[in-house]
Design a protein around this ligand. Structure first.
Ligand code: C2O
Ligand code: CU
Length: 552
C-alpha cells in the first residue's frame, strides 16, 4: 500500500469576499482547503492540528473507513472534538473508493469554509472506464456569508426560526462576476479546442441544492459519489450538498476554434430550492471557461453567455436528471445489489416544531423549528457514541430508534393538522446485526414544508433502488425497484413530498452517522446513528481506538 502523509493545520485566516474582510477557518491558510490526491488502494494519514479558537473535527465524506470509525471525524458521534491546541491523526483508507469525494469539518457549521476535494484515481495499472481526459479540474461549489458563520448558527439557535440566508455561492471559493468586488478573482478554466476535460464537482454548500451547467457545452456524467455511472449526457446537473459528480466536458464549441468569436463561456450554479415559502439565496455564482486555441490576443473579448439553468423550484428538472443515474455495472466495476433483505426500516424525514421556553422564539407560533427522523429529533450526547459503545458507558444514548414511523397519516398531503408537527428530542440509535441486508426507505413529509432532503450515511455507499412521489406503498413500490444497475451513492436526495429506498449490507462494524446534509436540518435534529455490531471473524470486528483520541 502506498501511504501519503499530510499535515492539516486548522487556523483562522483573513479572506476578503464581496468587499468585506473577515477571519475564516482554513486548513494551512488555504480556502478552499488542500486537495488530497491518491489512488484507489492507497492510505492517507492526516495529522490534524487545531490552532483555531474553537472545538473542531474533520470528516472524510464518503470514505468507508472499514472497521475504523475512529477516523470518521464526526463530533459527538465518533469522537469528542479536537480542542484548541490539540491534535489528532486520522487514517483515510481508500481501499474501496475511486472517483471524487471530499473532506469537511463535522462540527457546528465549520464546514462553511473548512472543506476540500479528495481525488482518488484508478490504481496503478488500471484506467478510467473512459478515455483519459486532457486535464482534471476540481469544481467545489460553496456558500458564503458576509457575517461570521458561527454568528449565523448562534442566531439560528437563539431565535428558533430559519437561518439567515447566504450572500453568495462560490466556485472554488470565488463568487464570480455577478457579485460586488469579485470580478477580478473569478475562477477560470483554460481549455483547448477538441480536448476533453474532467470536472470533479462537489456540492459543499451549507443549505442549498444547486443546479450547475456550462454555457455552450454538454456535460456527460461518468461518476457519482466515487462510483462509475453509465455515461449520460445532459445540459445541467442538480447536485445536493454532500454529492459529487465527475463530468466529461468536450471543448467542442465551434467558437473555440474561431479567432473572431467570443471564446469565453460561463459555468454557473444557483439554487434548486424545493421548499415553498422558505427564503433562500437566489444569486448565481459563475466561473469562466476560456478557449486558448485560435486566439489572437488583440481580439476584444465579448461578454460570455450564461448557461440555461432550471428555475429555482423546478422539481421536474431535478427529478428527470436524477432518474438518469445508473451504475456502470461493467465487468471491471460490477454491482452487488442485495436482491433480498433481512429488514426494512421506514423513516419519515420531517421539519417540525418544538415548544420554546419563554417567548423568545421567532419560529412559527412562537415555537422553534426542529427536524426529525421518525419523530425523533436527535440530541448530541455528552460523550461520543462510539466511545460510549466501545467502553460500554451507559446512559449516553438509547437503542430504541423506531423501525417505523410512530403513526401513519397522509405524510405528503397538502394540509396536515398543525398538531402533527410537534416532535420529541432524544438520543436514540438503531442497532444492526453484522452482515444483514438492510433497506431504508426515507419518507418525506409535508409537515411545515415539504422539501428535498439529501440523506447521507457514513461508513457505507448504498444502492438507490427506488424513488417516487407521494406516500411509500410497501406492497406496490418494491415491485418497481431497480435491482440491476441502481446508482451507488453516499447521499440520496429524498424527493420533495416523496420517498427514496436504499439498500446496503451491514458489513462495516462500528458507529455510523446518518443525517440530512442540509446543515440547518442537521442542527435541528434530522440525524441518527446506525451501530453495526461485530461479526464473528477476526476481520469482522471493530478496530481498537488509536492512542490519541481527543479527550471528552
Ligand atoms: Cu458530509 Cu456527515 O457528512
Ligand atoms: Cu433536510
Amino acid at each position: 500500500t502506498k501511504v501519503h502523509h499530510h499535515t492539516f493545520v486548522i487556523e483562522e485566516t483573513n479572506y476578503t469576499r464581496l468587499c468585506y474582510t473577515k477571519s475564516i477557518l482554513t486548513v494551512n491558510g488555504q480556502f478552499p482547503g488542500p486537495t488530497i490526491n491518491a489512488r484507489n488502494g492507497d492510505m492517507v494519514i492526516v495529522k490534524v492540528y487545531n490552532r483555531a479558537g474553537y472545538n473542531i473535527t474533520l470528516h472524510w465524506h464518503g470514505i468507508r473507513e472499514t472497521r475504523n470509525p475512529w477516523s470518521d471525524g464526526t463530533e459527538y458521534i465518533t469522537q469528542c472534538p479536537i480542542q484548541p491546541g490539540g491534535n489528532f491523526t486520522q487514517r483515510i483508507d481508500l481501499t474501496n473508493e475511486e472517483g471524487t469525494l471530499w473532506w469537511h469539518a463535522h462540527s457546528d457549521w465549520d464546514r462553511a469554509t473548512l472543506y476540500g476535494a479528495i481525488v482518488v484515481r484508478p490504481t496503478r495499472g488500471t484506467a478510467f472506464p473512459f478515455s483519459k481526459p486532457q486535464k482534471e479540474i476540481p469544481i467545489l461549489l460553496g456558500e458564503w456569508w458576509i457575517a461570521n458563520v458561527s454568528q449565523i448558527l448562534a442566531d439560528l439557535i437563539r431565535t428558533g426560526g430559519d437561518p439567515n440566508i447566504s450572500d453568495a455561492y462560490t466556485i472554488n471559493g470565488q463568487p464570480g462576476d455577478f457579485y460586488p468586488c469579485s470580478r477580478k478573482d473569478t475562477f477560470k478554466v483554460l481549455v483547448e479546442y477538441g480536448k476533453t476535460y474532467l470536472l470533479r464537482v462537489v456540492n459543499a454548500a451549507i443549505n442549498n441544492e444547486l443546479y450547475f451547467a456550462v454555457a455552450g457545452h454538454k456535460l456527460t456524467v461518468v461518476c457519482t459519489d466515487a462510483s462509475y455511472t453509465k455515461p449520460f449526457t445532459t445540459d445541467f446537473i442538480m447536485i445536493t450538498p454532500g454529492q459529487t459528480f465527475n463530468l466529461l466536458l468536450e471543448a467542442n464549441n465551434p467558437a473555440g476554434a474561431d479567432p473572431l468569436a467570443p471564446r469565453r463561456f460561463y459555468m454557473a450554479a444557483r439554487s434548486y430550492s424545493s421548499a415553498q415559502n422558505v427564503s433562500f439565496d437566489n444569486t448565481t455564482t459563475t466561473a469562466i471557461l476560456e478557449y486558448t486555441t485560435g486566439s489572437s490576443p488583440s481580439t476584444p473579448a465579448a461578454p460570455p453567455q450564461l448557461p440555461y439553468l432550471p428555475g429555482y423550484n423546478d422539481t421536474n428538472a431535478a427529478t428527470v436528471f436524477t432518474a438518469g443515474l445508473r451504475s456502470l455495472a461493467s465487468r471491471e466495476h460490477p454491482v452487488d445489489v442485495p436482491q433480498t433483505i433481512d429488514r426494512r426500516i421506514i423513516i419519515t424525514v420531517s421539519v417540525n416544531l418544538l415548544t420554546c421556553p419563554g417567548a423568545t422564539c421567532t419560529g412559527p407560533g412562537n415555537n422553534r423549528m426542529a427536524s426529525s427522523l421518525n419523530n425523533d429529533s436527535f440530541r448530541n450526547p455528552r460523550i461520543d457514541i462510539l466511545e460510549a459503545y466501545y467502553y460500554s458507558i451507559s446512559g449516553d444514548y438509547g437503542t430504541n430508534f423506531p423501525d417505523r414511523p410512530p403513526s401513519y397519516f397522509n405524510f405528503t398531503a397538502d394540509m396536515i393538522p398543525q398538531n402533527m408537527t410537534f416532535t420529541k428530542r432524544n438520543t436514540e440509535v438503531k442497532v444492526l446485526e453484522y452482515n444483514t441486508s438492510v433497506e431504508v426507505v426515507f419518507q418525506g413529509t409535508n409537515l411545515l414544508a415539504g422539501e428535498n432532503h439529501p440523506m447521507h450515511l457514513h461508513g457505507f455507499t448504498f444502492y438507490v433502488v427506488g424513488r417516487g412521489f407521494g406516500n411509500y406503498d410497501e406492497k406496490r413500490d418494491p415491485l418497481g425497484y431497480n435491482l440491476v444497475d441502481p446508482a451507488y451513492e453516499n447521499t440520496v436526495g429524498v424527493p420533495r413530498n416523496g420517498w427514496a429506498a436504499i439498500r446496503f449490507r451491514a458489513d462495516n462494524p462500528g458507529v455510523w452517522f446518518m443525517h440530512c446534509h442540509l446543515e440547518r436540518h442537521l442542527t435541528w435534529g434530522m440525524d441518527t446513528v446506525f451501530i453495526v455490531k461485530n461479526g464473528k471473524g477476526p476481520q469482522e470486528r471493530l478496530l481498537p481506538p488509536p492512542p490519541d483520541m481527543p479527550p471528552c
